[in-house]
Design a protein around this ligand. Structure first.
Ligand code: FAD
Ligand code: DHB
Length: 403
């Protein structure tokens, strides 16, 4: 009998037990579940939103080759390969002067454009096909006794309070989740930058008039041209933090995108519009006893480097490996080193995301020291293969073995 049936038949008073409780059905939680299931380790995912909600949440779009390879190993990359768009480079522009970054030449690697909603749909379907239990609309309210070997998670589901006992708890519950709040405050240092600008993002039924992504610095502010398919574009504009979406009519969005990107766009119907603040955030410890954090629960990077989802997958790869080692040969070595291993990569990705953010956004008055340094970086980018390679190798994703 599965957990849902036990809850239904016992009014939640039955003793519910699994090996690993995973809080959150985002990319991190779902991928972790599939990795554990592949090694025969039972787990249950608790997700406070509905399936429909998580499958339609519009977010990231760019997958490192590392991430694609993880999905291939898990047997969940079939649709991704059919519908995803493989890119071998991107453009970085400064007031209309364009430099291509050639991933193929500098790294022999590639990236794939495939919407996060599609990733989440594929992962949920694979979990359900493989009989991994996901409790949707189940809100984790407390993580109990995680400093002992018998932790548990309290949650509410269909109006009932329940407790699920386990050996390990994975806090893959995003930036606003419960996991990080439970971690003892004295166990970590916190670092954060809140940038003085946000991104207005749109999805539109338009044919991309560009073959690769364009990251554009412009005196009016940054713009990014991305895509989802031959028929759908994803585009972003830098806006002030207090900007109201109502100030941006569709016509104004298209006109400002064309102005900043300095290309003509196919101005189709805009069907999604939202404003996202930009922040860098991390804590430098991801674990306490039997509680382990992964993904946005532990760190946020500004999206300019396209790294958030990819970093979440790198974390859970380490966590799955550590948990598997524990069950297969009783070794706690990788569990002990989990946080240290993840944090090394997190710092690298924080640096690259911060670098791309300062490189591409309008922050300083023309003629100021900061603005002239920024311009100098673009001048250098145009003449230096080494600088291009540095951007390429970070952008496509450094190998997992590096950290
Ligand atoms: P989430 O996706 O946030 O999942 C956490 C889950 O936990 C959620 O489903 C939430 O409902 C659930 N939850 C929270 N609290 C509870 C609770 N108490 N009980 C039960 N469930 C709970 N990343 C990239 O790699 N490439 C990009 O191009 C990129 N672009 C981006 C563009 C934008 C505009 C934004 C906003 C983000 C972008 N990102 C990008 C970042 C990426 O979307 C995130 O890093 C990614 O979603 C992290 O996955 P996660 O599983 O850690 O967290
Ligand atoms: C996308 C988002 C990003 O933040 C980025 O750097 C590249 C692409 C996207 O949504 O397609």
């Amino acid at each position: 009998m599965n957990i849902t049936d036990i809850i239904a038949t016992t009014d939640g008073r039955g003793a519910l037990k699994t090996k690993v409780v995973i809080i959150g059905a985002g990319p991190a939680g779902l991928t972790l579940a599939l990795m554990l299931q592949k090694q025969g380790i039972e787990c249950v995912i608790i997700e406070n939103r509905s399936r429909e909600y998580v499958e339609n949440r519009v977010r990231a779009g760019l997958l490192e080759q590392n991430t694609v390879e993880v999905f291939e190993e898990l047997g969940v990359a079939e649709r991704l390969h059919k519908e995803g768009l493989v890119h071998h480079g991107c453009y970085i522009a400064y007031n209309g002067v364009v430099q291509r970054i050639d991933f193929q030449k500098h790294t022999q690697r590639e990236v794939t454009i495939y919407g996060q909603q599609e990733v989440v749909k594929d992962l949920i379907q694979a979990c359900l096909d493989r009989k991994i239990e996901i409790l949707f609309e189940a809100d984790a309210t407390q993580i109990n006794d995680f400093m002992s070997n018998e932790p548990s998670v309290s949650f509410t589901h269909l109006g009932q309070n329940n407790i699920l006992h386990c050996d390990f708890v994975a806090g893959t519950d995003g930036f606003h989740g419960l996991g990080r709040k439970m971690l003892p405050k004295e166990s970590y240092n916190e670092f954060k930058i809140e940038y003085p600008f946000s991104w207005l993002g749109i999805l539109a039924y338009s044919k991309p008039s560009y073959d690769e992504l364009i990251y554009a610095f412009h005196n009016n502010g940054f713009a990014l041209a991305s895509m989802r398919s031959e028929k759908v574009c994803r585009l972003y504009l830098q806006v002030p933090n207090d900007e109201k979406i109502d100030n941006w009519s569709d016509a104004k969005i298209w006109s400002e995108l064309e102005n900043r990107l300095e290309i003509e766009l196919d101005k189709g119907e805009i069907f999604e519009k939202s404003i996202t603040p930009m922040r860098s955030f991390m804590i430098d410890n991801l674990q306490a006893g039997r509680l382990f954090l992964a993904g946005d629960a532990a760190h946020i990077v500004p999206p300019t480097g396209a790294k958030g989802l990819n970093l979440a997958i790198a974390d859970v790869r380490n966590l799955a490996k550590a948990i598997v080692e524990y069950y297969k040969n009783g070794s706690e070595e990788s569990l002990k080193n989990y946080s240290e291993k993840c944090v090394a990569r997190v710092w690298r990705v924080q640096d690259f995301s911060n670098f791309m953010t300062y490189l591409c956004h309008k922050q300083a008055e023309n003629g100021s020291f900061e603005q002239l340094l920024q311009k100098s970086k673009f001048d250098y980018l145009r003449i230096s293969e080494a600088y291009q390679k540095t951007i390429a190798e970070n952008y496509v994703g450094l190998p997992y073995e590096a950290f």
